[in-house]
Design a binder for this molecule. Structure first.
Ligand code: FAD
Length: 474
């Protein structure tokens, strides 16, 4: 791994946000999404990227979904699916910027269940059963996403793989092995899918120089923007009204006499009987009760390419290289020969202001490019002579929650408002089935409990009142 140098960290300035609404005054603590660096996933734009189904924003609707990332699109898709041949209610989706321009289009494309790594922290907060349940829920997504991609015939470069988590620091490897052994001794069911590779074989099996141990388990990777745009095109073709470049600036405190919420946007007010917040890191701006509970945190990703005749052999697995609690990366190896790497944690973590409570994805922590240059050569056997180098670097904003669980369900005290947000940098193995549950709450007034989601994800007043903060850059 690269050394954890302590050099100054210049942050590249971005152009001011094009979408910041006039007259809103200075930026509040949790502003809307701002201008953004270009992620690889948004280099092939879909025809719906700046779509508006109607020139004017509708004045009313039955269901308003705010946010067009994976959470919003998948909620809309499940809603439309569940209506089948029944007539659809009036569904509108508003998006502050372009369709799928937030974290979903800026992530690592890794559908990687956290099957053992978060157990230590989660067990301390929730106990063994719940920690195992969260891991099982995430694991179930690998095949759930595969089923969706196959059923819908979605062209999104989906590939099943095995995640290989490699520990390169002895003390860290010992610590995590002890946690793994505790899980085993408690009979954690999720470990059936996990293989521990000890020091004797770790370097050979993983290909990573200096590997002390490794854990392998099922995972997948895909092109997240293409997945989401497919879902959006399907729902738009069924009559969902998509309105991009339409930031919501507030939602009324109380519903009107007909039970509708007045949602103010940069293009006028829309009254909605039901509102779904699929706004990820930016939720607190329009639902202030989530301030300091869903915290925007910046992450960095890059694409490494390896052109020319010395192109390295394809790595069949996906990886995390873990050199310490604040020194880890993860990557997927794409069939086009490129590698999408997220992390650069030694640089990002060095100063809290680089990542914590940061809403701007128009800036990157500048040395990240140097960090990713030579990354494969430094870490992998057989890559030394390849000319692998950084093609692009981008940032994105994740919604971290102070109790490490997403917020899902009816917003406390706000009948008709729902939330699906705060996936702690790991939405890809949680959103599909979570959004299915939200759709059934919205359509059929099903309770949270009827949906079989882990109870810790249920958004409650108790969670909003709990001031403890467990967020760490791990
Ligand atoms: C750098 C990075 C790397 C990551 N890597 C991975 C990974 O490899 N695997 C993984 O599982 N997860 C990863 N994640 C996390 C993952 O991307 C998220 O958990 C997931 O995409 C969240 O989806 P979402 O739809 O909830 O949020 P988003 O995709 O952020 O969508 C929210 C949308 O709401 C819109 N919005 C917000 N506020 C408003 C408003 N007021 N009005 C209108 N629209 C609004 C935003 O513009 C945005 O489009 C990563 C995230 C980042 C940033």
């Amino acid at each position: 791994m690269a050394s954890t140098t302590t050099q100054a960290l210049p942050v590249r300035e971005a152009s001011p946000s094009r979408l910041w609404p006039e007259g809103k005054g200075p930026l509040p603590a949790n502003p809307l999404p701002s201008d953004h660096t270009l992620p690889f996933w948004r280099t092939e734009l879909h025809e719906l990227d700046t779509h508006r189904s109607t020139p004017e924003l509708p004045e009313t609707c039955d269901i308003l979904i705010i946010g067009s990332g994976y959470s919003g699109a998948s909620t809309a898709w499940h809603l439309v699916e569940s209506y089948g041949d029944e007539p659809l209610p009036k569904i509108v989706m508003v998006e502050a910027r372009e369709a799928c321009s937030g974290a979903t289009a800026r992530n690592g494309g890794h559908v990687k269940p956290i099957v053992y790594f978060a157990y230590g922290r989660q067990e301390r907060i929730y106990g063994h059963e719940v920690a195992n349940q969260i891991a099982e829920f995430q694991l179930s997504h690998v095949l759930a996403v595969k089923d969706l991609v196959e059923k819908e015939n979605i062209d999104c470069d989906f590939h099943l793989t095995r995640a290989v988590d490699v520990f390169t620091d002895q003390a860290y490897a010992d610590k995590i092995t002890a946690i793994f052994n505790t899980m085993k001794s408690r009979g954690a069911s999720v470990l059936r899918q996990v293989e521990y590779v000890g020091p004797k074989d770790a370097e050979q099996i993983s290909g990573v120089k200096g590997a002390k141990c490794a854990f392998t388990f099922p995972a997948a990777h895909l092109w997240p923007y293409k997945l989401v745009m497919h879902l959006l095109s399907r729902v738009v073709s069924k009559g969902v009204n998509l309105q991009t470049r339409t930031p919501v600036t507030s939602v009324s405190e109380t519903p009107d006499e007909d039970g509708a919420w007045a949602v103010t946007t940069s293009r006028g007010i829309i009254k909605a009987k039901k509102v779904v917040f699929a706004t990820n890191a930016y939720t607190a701006y329009i639902a202030p009760q989530y301030s300091d509970r869903i915290v925007p945190c910046r992450g960095i990703c890059s694409r490494i390419i390896c052109p020319g005749p010395d192109r390295a052999p394809h790595l069949p697995n996906s990886y995390s290289l873990r050199a310490g609690p604040a020194n880890s990366d993860y990557f997927v190896s794409r069939a086009d020969g490129s590698i999408i790497v997220g992390g650069a944690k030694p640089y990002v973590a060095e100063k809290k202001e680089n990542w914590y409570n940061v809403v701007d994805d128009g800036k990157i922590v500048e040395p990240a490019r140097q960090y990713f240059d030579g990354y494969m050569q430094r870490n992998f056997r057989g890559w030394e002579k390849t000319g692998a180098h950084t093609d692009r670097v981008w940032s994105g904003v994740q919604g971290y929650t102070t109790d490490l669980a997403s917020h899902v369900g009816q917003v406390p005290g706000k009948k008709g408002q729902y939330i699906i947000a705060g996936f702690n940098g790991h939405g890809m193995p949680e959103i599909l089935l979570t959004s299915k549950a939200i759709a059934s709450m919205v359509k059929d007034d099903k309770t949270y409990e009827e949906n079989g989601l882990p109870m810790v994800f249920k958004t409650t007043q108790g969670r909003l009142d709990d001031a403890r903060n467990h967020i760490a850059l791990g």
